[in-house]
Design a protein around this ligand. Structure first.
Ligand SMILES: NC(=O)c1ccc[n+]([C@@H]2O[C@H](COP(=O)([O-])OP(=O)(O)OC[C@H]3O[C@@H](n4cnc5c(N)ncnc54)[C@H](O)[C@@H]3O)[C@@H](O)[C@H]2O)c1
Length: 98
């Protein structure tokens, strides 16, 4: 049996939510949505059964994820890169920037 890849998503606005829905609808083989992170805490209500974090450090440190999708806006691309490289703390987790 293949390993289930645990995805986490940072930024669950338009594109992040699209990715989240694909995972929640089991449209990606061997993948599940393990955790979501957005600075807007109201988004937690949209993902009642999924661990939600409003800051990136907690997202990387408290939840076991294999792949992080960073779906923050264009203007935050640079900080998005920082989110991945600093936030993951060299953990070896795979980071996918949109
Ligand atoms: N590949 C594609 O086809 C495609 C298409 C559209 C957009 N995109 C990319 O997707 C990215 C997101 O676009 P969008 O339209 O979903 O934006 P959006 O504004 O709808 O959503 C971005 C979310 O990121 C959150 N966010 C911002 N900074 C954060 C931080 N530091 N920590 C946690 N959450 C944070 C915001 O609260 C927001 O909910 C953009 O970079 C864009 O380039 C890709």
């Amino acid at each position: 049996m293949e390993k289930l890849i645990r995805y986490g998503i940072i930024g669950i606005g338009g594109m992040g939510a699209n990715h989240a829905n694909l995972l929640l609808q089991n449209k990606i083989n061997n993948a599940c949505l393990a955790s979501v992170c957005d600075m807007n805490k109201s988004f937690a209500n949209n993902f009642a059964d999924i661990p939600f974090y409003s800051n990136v450090s907690d997202f990387f440190n408290k939840e076991k994820i294999d792949v992080a999708i960073i779906a923050t806006p264009h203007r935050k691309k640079k900080s998005g890169n920082d989110l991945g490289t600093k936030g993951s703390g060299g953990s070896g987790k795979c980071i996918n920037y949109m």
